[in-house]
Design a binder for this molecule. Structure first.
Ligand code: PAF
Length: 304
């Protein structure tokens, strides 16, 4: 554990997943910090995680970053909502060392295209996680699901071996993958089906197993496969359809993040899910009927 203490990982996004990673890194012996402004959290309140077996873990030391720690940051893990990423990262970057590595870990795709040219001095990795957590109070989270976390190199200087080893040690079921964009497209397929449909129909994920949704699910995935091919991403259509079905079953009782965003009148990640597919299709000169319709319907629901 000792060697990890010196490595400074900062987490941008103090939501449930950001805090979950902070607890996991702290448990592995590292001292992560949350990139939060002083007025956003109570600095002296301990962070608490309720694990799935009901045990509570309390990390008394505050995770909140101090100005003195900023020049030491070696890796920033960004766990914000996709639509917050670019603006928030641009605001913090001038205070961070030029060589610190960035790992984007959020639902949806597209922020890497917005950021790649601006991160010329920093290396950029992308990742995706199936771990799930709920924020109960600003300093208390409850882990609600386990699952794999994948990350891999996208551009610039690769992440150092030491940092990579720390992530693999700290995050359960984590692995480094060579084709990270393919992994992100697998998650995109799951989100492109489950998130908008559950939000529009006002149903839990499991309701999508009903026969009446199967045509729409196949049509969304057929369009996704078409765009993936144009983007040079190799996907196995049968595997993707099977994985979507499996996630619908495994998370049957859950309400998707987009369902919750719409219900609580928060912005959604639709621009980085079905919206991303439509925009990439347009870049290749084609229109997508089903994904375009879902994008519009969620935009309309959000306006109400
Ligand atoms: O966004 C979500 O809610 C989740 O990624 C998933 C896997 C669709 C489960 O609800």
């Amino acid at each position: 554990m000792e060697p990890f203490i010196a490595m400074k990982i900062a987490i941008l996004g103090a939501g449930a997943i950001g805090q979950l990673l902070a607890h996991q890194l702290a448990t592995a012996g590292s001292k992560p910090v949350l990139l939060v402004k002083a007025n956003q959290v109570e600095v002296d309140t301990p962070f608490v995680i309720e694990q799935q077996d009901g045990r509570k873990l309390r990390h008394f030391e505050s995770y909140c970053v101090t100005d003195a720690q900023l020049p030491e940051v070696e890796l920033v893990i960004v766990t914000l909502k996709a639509y917050q990423v670019t603006a928030a990262l641009m605001a913090w970057l001038p205070k961070l060392p030029k060589q610190c590595h960035i790992l984007l870990l959020h639902n949806g795709i597209g922020t890497h295209l917005e950021l790649a040219s601006r991160l010329a001095h920093h290396g950029l990795s992308l990742g995706t996680t199936s771990q799930a957590a709920l924020k109960i109070t600003p300093h208390t989270i409850k882990q609600t699901g386990t699952g794999i976390t994948q990350f891999g190199h996208y551009c610039g200087t690769p992440i150092s071996d030491e940092l990579q080893q720390l992530l693999l040690t700290a995050i359960p079921d984590s692995c480094q993958v060579e084709h990270i964009l393919t992994a992100l497209w697998h998650k995109l397929a799951i989100n492109a089906v489950i998130n908008p449909l559950t939000a529009i129909e006002d149903i839990p994920n499991g309701a999508l197993a009903a026969e009446k949704y199967q045509y729409t699910i196949s049509a969304i995935l057929a369009e996704l496969m078409q765009v993936a091919e144009l983007e040079g991403i190799e996907l196995d259509g049968q595997f993707i359809a099977g994985r979507v079905k499996q996630v619908i079953e495994l998370t049957a009782d859950n309400y998707s993040s987009m369902h919750q965003d719409v219900a609580f009148q928060r912005p959604t990640e639709i621009d980085y899910i079905n919206g991303y597919l439509v925009k990439r299709a347009q870049a290749h000169g084609i229109q997508l009927f089903h994904n375009q319709q879902l994008w519009q319907q969620i935009q309309q629901l959000s306006q109400h």
